[in-house]
Ligand binder design. Structure first.
Ligand SMILES: CCCCCC(=O)Oc1ccc([N+](=O)[O-])cc1
Length: 276
């Protein structure tokens, strides 16, 4: 593992690293914010942030404004990339397929299956690396935006013992039934609907037994709201299983980081309530 940048921020440190990922079979970059409290004597819990289509580890760290609150709360934040990377990794010219669009799943179909295993990377390999390297505890929360909101929800729903809480901004809630999800699932997973269902937050939430505190924020001026995001599907799923989902609709906000920056403090405080 190699550190490629470090910047002091609110008394703590923002750092970027590259490392070899065995799961993804390529070199990967991630970002970590370590609050001033983090030390060998006082390890801190970790919030994992999963970004959306076209993003890298940098969008959240540069735009959300999360560091001030993470420093106050004593919470580390880890932001992985959104897909495998490198010259030998399959890609597609479209923004919603290939690099920048890993959808946090394990692809089964060529040419994707040799690298696109973001589910295993986020659930297993990255936390193991983080917990072996930095002064952090094994307390974890997970959050994300759009495609990353889908990732955060499906990963928390499938691994409730690994996380204390989950939150999302503008998540793709029901990828089996929206164009982004159907395109990605067909390419990465083929036509096997049983595989698709393993990555559909609404289906998983409707069937959930072990439940985590869940917070979702959605802007009502989001261009992707009705065709792609469909928060009402997650709401219905939560009603079916009695899932403790707090879904908030916000007039006038769009799909951008201007929206995320407006409510990220509330998400960090929500996770802190359940992490500490
Ligand atoms: C606000 C940061 C982008 C977050 C994720 C996202 O929503 O990434 C998109 C990129 C491109 C298009 N597009 O070209 O329609 C749609 C969505």
């Amino acid at each position: 593992m190699e550190m490629i940048s470090q910047n002091k921020s609110f008394g703590g440190w923002h750092k970027q690293y590259t490392h070899r990922s065995d799961v993804l079979n390529c070199d990967m970059r991630f970002a970590v914010y370590l609050p001033p409290q983090a030390s060998a004597e006082t390890p801190v819990p970790v919030l994992y942030w999963l970004s959306g289509l076209t993003c890298t580890d940098e969008n959240f760290m540069q735009k959300a404004g999360a560091q001030r609150i993470a420093a106050e709360l004593g919470m580390a934040i880890v932001a992985p990339d959104t897909s495998p990377r490198g010259d030998d990794v399959a890609d597609d010219p479209a923004y919603d397929m290939g690099k920048g669009a890993g959808f946090y799943l394990n692809a089964t179909q060529p040419p994707w299956s040799s690298h696109y295993r973001m589910y295993d990377y986020v659930v297993e390999e990255l936390p193991a690396l983080i917990e072996a390297t930095f002064p952090v505890t094994q307390q974890r929360a997970i959050a994300g935006h759009s495609m990353g909101g889908h990732g955060a929800l499906l990963i928390a729903l499938r691994n409730p013992q690994r996380y204390s809480s989950v939150s999302a901004f503008s998540p793709i809630t029901n990828p089996m039934n929206c164009p982004w999800g159907q395109k990605a699932f067909t390419a990465y997973l083929g036509n096997d609907r049983l595989q698709w269902a393993q990555y559909d937050a609404s289906g998983l939430m409707a069937a959930a037994e072990h439940k985590l505190p869940a917070l979702v924020d959605q802007g009502m001026a989001d261009n992707f709201l009705q065709e792609q995001l469909k928060p009402e599907m997650l709401e219905q799923a939560a009603q079916l299983s009695g899932y403790p989902l707090q879904l908030r609709r916000h007039d006038g906000y769009d799909h951008s980081y201007y929206f995320i920056a407006s409510f990220i403090e509330e998400h960090l405080r929500f996770h802190a309530e359940h992490l500490f």
